[in-house]
Write a protein that binds this ligand. Structure first.
Ligand code: FAD
Length: 416
């Protein structure tokens, strides 16, 4: 859910630094915070295009601290989510950031979903998700009295938090430890020299010995500019939410999720309570014409061209056109989202919902038309790139930061 933005003093963009982090979302801030702590003598600077941190994905999401159930055992997501969730709970407790370990139910409503529920249980247990349990219809009713299903998985370790508040706390840590945070500082050109990178931005230029690019929906463009190949491309998927009217919030106690389609990395329409007590339904998943399409009608020529000229887009659409049509219907008709949610909470109707907010997922799509599921980190000369950090990257932010800081130190030979 979008929340208030805490203002941070923007430090001037330095002319020179040792490590530049491009992007002030939760990943860039976590990475910069980790680097400043490990390398106290290094000059670390975050360059963020917007006037505030956490303006894009970090400030527009479900706010769920995922426990690590869905992900292929052995994948980066599996490892970094389980570790990251544990570290995030500890961090929120230490910093008095409001959060709640409210638990989550994944509900099967149909016998055909049971093999997929079995697979989720196997994955969750292999990934070390704490206290994950199979439950029956009575177990569902006991935990969520208004929900219905034939079987479910209960994850008591899943929780909720406002990720914008977490990102703001990372920014404060960074500044307290001597790092710089230059806002309103969009990087528009990257030039790699023998001894440094020159980052041309809205406030001039910063010469950095090394850089870590954490630019979310714009990750592919900066990577290409720094010398990387074009595959995978970021394709923006808009995720819109509805909110339950206050009188119907009692229908959902915590978090209710469907059994996801294994061929799609998105979790499907779910019902989530946020830290302020509001209940949201969503998100939808529609390919849109701008990487910041918070309004459905927003189109940016360069973004649209990037999506339409990418062979992967057409290959994906050829394979998933049925899902595309369902998502189009959900994106344009409130009742379609409400009826998807009513599969799990039958008392729900479209009279109970109002429009809420939307986020835009930065989803990497290969030339072959595969939606990249796992996190992708890559390197060019003097730089590392976060090329795919979709959900649960916010949950995993502290673990991702350690992973990237390890790579930074190893690849660039940086000691404390
Ligand atoms: C609808 C939705 C629901 C989600 N739900 C969850 C959830 O419940 N739990 C979970 O863990 N995760 C969830 N996620 C995923 C999570 O929000 C993202 O994985 C995470 O926020 C990614 O953080 P980021 O820092 O990589 O990207 P962002 O937050 O998008 O930050 C990227 C930053 O880079 C900046 N930038 C871009 N280009 C430039 C440039 N040229 N120069 C300078 N700065 C630049 C941008 O302005 C932006 O601030 C969800 C995402 C969406 C969209």
């Amino acid at each position: 859910m979008p929340s208030e933005t805490a203002a941070h003093p923007s430090t001037p963009a330095p002319g020179r630094c040792d490590l530049a982090v491009v992007g002030g979302g939760i990943i860039g801030l976590a990475v910069a915070r980790e680097l400043v702590r490990r390398l106290p003598r290094a000059r670390v600077c975050v360059l963020e295009r917007e006037p505030a941190v956490a303006t894009h994905q970090t400030g527009h999401n479900s706010g769920v601290i995922h426990a690590g159930i869905y992900y292929e055992p052995g994948s980066l997501k599996a490892r970094l989510c389980v570790d990251g969730a544990r570290e995030l709970y500890d961090y929120c407790a230490a910093r008095a950031i409001s959060h709640e370990r409210c638990g989550k139910l994944i509900i099967a409503t149909d016998h055909s979903e049971l093999p997929r529920l079995d697979e989720l249980e196997r994955r969750g247990k292999a990934n070390g998700v704490p206290d994950l349990r199979r439950i029956d219809a009575a177990g569902i009713a006991q935990r969520e009295p208004h929900a219905r299903g034939i079987a479910g998985l209960h994850s008591p370790a899943t929780g909720i938090v406002d990720f914008r508040a977490v990102a703001n706390a990372y920014a404060r840590d960074l500044l307290e430890d001597g790092g710089a945070l230059a806002l309103g500082c969009g990087v528009h050109e990257v030039t790699t020299n023998a001894r440094s990178l020159l980052l041309a931005h809205a406030r001039g230029a910063t010469e950095a010995t090394h850089a870590i690019f954490c630019a979310g929906a714009w990750a592919d463009r900066l990577a290409i500019d720094a010398g990387a190949g074009p595959d995978p491309r970021i394709v923006p998927f808009r995720g819109a939410y509805l909110r339950l009217v206050p009188a119907r919030r009692h229908l959902v106690r915590s978090l209710i999720y469907p059994v996801p389609d294994p061929s799609l990395p998105f979790a499907g329409v779910h019902l989530t309570r946020d830290i302020g007590g509001e209940v949201f339904l969503g998100p939808t998943a529609l390919i849109v014409g701008a990487r910041d399409a918070y309004r459905l009608g927003r189109v940016r020529g360069a973004d649209l061209l990037d999506t339409l000229s990418w062979p992967g887009t057409w290959r994906l659409l050829a394979r998933q056109w049925r899902t595309g049509l369902i998502e189009l219907r959900r994106a344009t008709r409130r009742s379609a989202v409400a009826s998807a949610a009513a599969r799990y909470v039958p008392e729900l109707s479209s009279d109970d919902v109002r429009p809420a907010f939307a986020g835009v997922r930065a989803q990497a799509l290969t030339r072959a038309g595969r939606l990249v599921d796992d996190f992708v980190f890559s390197a060019t000369e003097r730089a590392l790139h976060v090329r795919n950090a979709p959900s649960p990257a916010a949950t995993s932010s502290l673990a991702i930061a350690r992973h990237i800081a390890d790579q930074t130190q190893r690849r660039f030979g940086l000691g404390p």
